[in-house]
Design a protein around this ligand. Structure first.
Ligand code: DQA
Length: 144
């Protein structure tokens, strides 16, 4: 089984980026931890981070050819803007969980709307890095 973790723009800056909102762990820390967890499930974990919308779209297309079973995605700011990434997920029809470190409903009103939530199997927001772990447990449950 194979899971792809996608992180959108500015998440490469985790740890240094508004730590009071996004926490002190780097993306590397988070992914290292996820890989260990995936190992326990015998799941292959792939990860991808990009600040560019088209790269995320193309990575999602590639996932279809690779036989990816599940996607965990934090679209970051594209959550609130990208019909194109939403359409890519609808195109490949790979089930996914939407993750946000912060509680997007507790912040500026423009963060409350997501172009992804109605297509997602589930949404996790506001639980920090732990949200990715919870998503992996839930995804494992669905695909194993
Ligand atoms: C985020 C929330 C988004 O509103 C923001 O643009 C991000 C990160 C989160 O993980 O809390 O970049 O997706």
């Amino acid at each position: 089984a194979m899971i792809l973790v996608i992180n959108g723009p500015n998440l490469n800056m985790l740890g240094r980026r508004e730590p009071e909102i996004y926490g002190r762990q780097t993306l590397e820390d988070i992914l290292e931890n996820l890989e260990a967890l995936a190992d326990e499930y015998n799941i292959r974990l792939q990860s991808f981070q990009s600040n560019a919308e088209f790269e995320i779209i193309e990575r999602i297309h590639m996932a279809m050819d690779e036989g990816t079973d599940y996607i965990i995605i934090n679209p970051a700011a594209f959550t609130h803007t990208s019909v194109a990434i939403r359409d890519a997920l609808a195109t490949v029809k790979i089930p996914f969980i939407e993750v946000h470190l912060s509680n997007i409903h507790q912040r500026e009103p423009f963060r409350s709307h997501s172009y992804f939530s109605d297509l997602a199997d589930g949404i996790i927001a506001g639980l920090g890095a732990k949200g990715y772990e919870l998503a992996l447990h839930a995804a494992a449950d669905k695909i194993l």
